[in-house]
Write a protein that binds this ligand. Sequence first.
Ligand code: ZN
Length: 106
Amino acid sequence: MSKEIYKKDYLASQKEYTSQTTCSVKGCKNPVDFEVILYDEYEDGKVFYEQDSTCPFLCRFHQGENERLAKREEVVYYPYTNQGDAKGYTKYIPIREAYPQCFADG
Ligand SMILES: [Zn+2]
């Protein structure tokens, strides 16, 4: 499988994180703790890995709620992420790992 292709798709659609970015949950002004990834593995072994366009960033609090309140059925229904109810599930990448260039001093 070609990881390069997925990476290119991912970069084309992603919203860039900056130090001004806050949690994507409506009304939440918390700083971002995680970038949200929609992740799926297909039967042919291919992997879907893209920033969740419906909710690209979460704070620690809403990440916890998102996992706690998720309903796992044929697809996983999350309160905040994957609002298109796509197959697969949500992964959380610590923001310092996703955008190390924004935390160069820390
Ligand atoms: Zn939040």
